[in-house]
Ligand binder design. Structure first.
Ligand SMILES: *Cc1c(COP(=O)(O)O)cnc(C)c1O
Length: 446
């Protein structure tokens, strides 16, 4: 490791509800959510290390990542350890693939569970593993998943000493590959199959963090994208995108398939700290609360509507408040940097079909929402080239894809093995009390 001249600053995090004390990165990562139920936010957005942009094609991914994240970690993890954690977090490819003359896909699905959430989960699990060792106390990670979070978290935390993981997922609403990825580990990973939707799962998790009994008997934390240790490392692949972008003088528009708005919020944060990005597109399915807000100025959360891009079926996205905070609630500024589009299921299917036929590129339903949103934007701004974040591998949604292309999706070797493993989950009703009882009983389970 070479010497770095960035100063060892102490970054504090405040709660967006403003009723809790400021904490370090360490405490923010361990707490997940602030005691006042607000999301943690860095007290200032650090200016980019001046070495990064001039050296972006020369530096390794790990070096870029270390330099980006170091000020956020604020000295709570020693440099050598942090460097190693970042290195392990981004140890798979992030290729930028040209699909059309004006659209590139940043493939974020080459990690162990084939979705972008691997990046956040790998970083967070290693940070928490480090903090748990320091702490000498078992940490219980509680997480709600709409599909991909659970698998990424299970993979990231499997066998990490000192950590128990409990995953809540909506029964029948995740794909077969997703379900296997979050139910077949065993060991310190437990899956609760909730007879409800993602919002029910998320609601229970929120209640758990507010519950005094649970707080007393367990060291509970969240691995949802509200956790800063998952949210912040997602900035890194925006740098990797720019690193591969052919025309550095004309930065890209980036379209992000969005559900809970953690991913796009990371990109906006990277941009705010100095990474050149022309504009962001929030690409949504029928769950269109943010595009409607951008159009009307009214923010009206709704119940989640099930769609074929299920990881984005979120009716009340948690991270949107962080986006507002980055723009200091200046809605005009926000609209200047962010557009929103809503794409229905039929259009999503049609997009998968036409992109496959015309360009021989197979999109998954989430990437297809992003692709179509970018195309819509480019109708208005035809001279602007852009990137769509391909957030998951198509094999995670084989039913949809095969029906559209008429061909089975080739299963990568890393997934083939998992399909034969046995599902282990506990079926429960969407009741907080049932989940509470379960959590309190974990220590006496085998
Ligand atoms: C989680 C997920 C999304 C949505 O990301 P957010 O950060 O919640 O906006 C999009 N696509 C896929 C494949 C996902 O797993």
């Amino acid at each position: 490791m070479k010497p770095f001249n960035a100063k060892n600053v102490k970054m504090k995090y405040y709660s967006l509800n403003k009723q809790s004390p400021e904490v370090s990165f360490r405490e923010a990562a361990i707490n997940g959510q602030a005691p006042d139920k607000g999301l943690y936010f860095p007290e200032r957005i650090p200016e980019l290390d001046p070495e990064i942009l001039p050296n972006i094609t020369r530096f390794s991914e790990a070096e870029i990542g270390f330099r980006v994240l170091r000020p956020y970690v604020g000295g709570t993890i020693p440099d050598e350890t942090l460097y190693r954690i970042v290195e392990q977090t981004v140890n798979f490819p992030f290729p930028l693939v040209q699909v059309t003359p004006d659209i590139y896909a940043l493939e974020l699905f080459h990690g162990p569970t084939l979705a972008f959430k691997d990046v956040g989960a790998r970083f967070m699990s290693r940070c928490l593993g480090y903090f748990a060792r320091e702490n000498n106390r078992k940490i219980t990670v509680l997480v709600a998943t709409s599909g991909d979070t659970g698998g990424a978290v299970a993979d990231g935390f499997y066998n990490v000493p000192g950590i128990e993981v409990v995953i809540l997922y909506p029964s029948g609403r995740v794909s077969p590959v997703q379900e296997k990825q979050l139910t077949t580990h065993g060991g310190n990973i437990r899956a609760l199959e909730v007879n409800g939707n993602f919002d029910d799962c998320q609601q229970i998790v929120k209640q758990a963090f507010a519950d005094a009994d649970l707080q007393k008997s367990l060291f509970l934390t969240s691995a949802n994208s509200i956790n800063v240790a998952r949210w912040l490392p997602q900035q890194l692949y925006y740098f990797f995108a720019y690193r591969q972008w052919p025309d550095k003088e004309v930065p890209p528009v980036i379209s992000v398939p969005s559900g809970n708005f953690g991913n796009i919020c990371s990109g906006i944060l990277a941009n705010a700290s100095g990474l050149p990005i022309k504009h962001f597109i929030a690409a949504c399915n029928a769950n269109d609360v943010v595009p409607r807000f951008l159009q009307t100025g009214f923010y009206s959360p709704a119940n989640a509507i099930p769609t074929i891009s299920n990881a984005m079926d979120v009716g009340n996205p948690s991270n949107f408040v962080r986006i507002l905070e980055i723009f200091r609630n200046d809605i005009d500024d926000l609209k200047h940097q962010l557009s929103g589009y809503t794409i229905d299921d039929d259009t999503t299917r049609e997009t998968i079909r036409s992109v496959y036929r015309k360009y021989n590129y197979l999109l998954d339903p989430h990437g297809a929402v992003g692709f179509k949103a970018l195309e819509n934007y480019q109708e208005q701004y035809p001279e602007r080239k852009g990137i769509v974040l391909e957030t998951a591998h198509p094999v995670k949604f084989p039913g949809e894809i095969e029906a559209i292309t008429g061909k089975p999706v080739e299963i990568p070797a890393s997934v083939a093995g998992i399909m034969n493993r046995k599902k282990q989950s506990t079926l429960i009703e969407p009741s907080f009390n049932d989940v509470k009882e379960y959590l309190l009983g974990i220590d006496s389970m085998p």
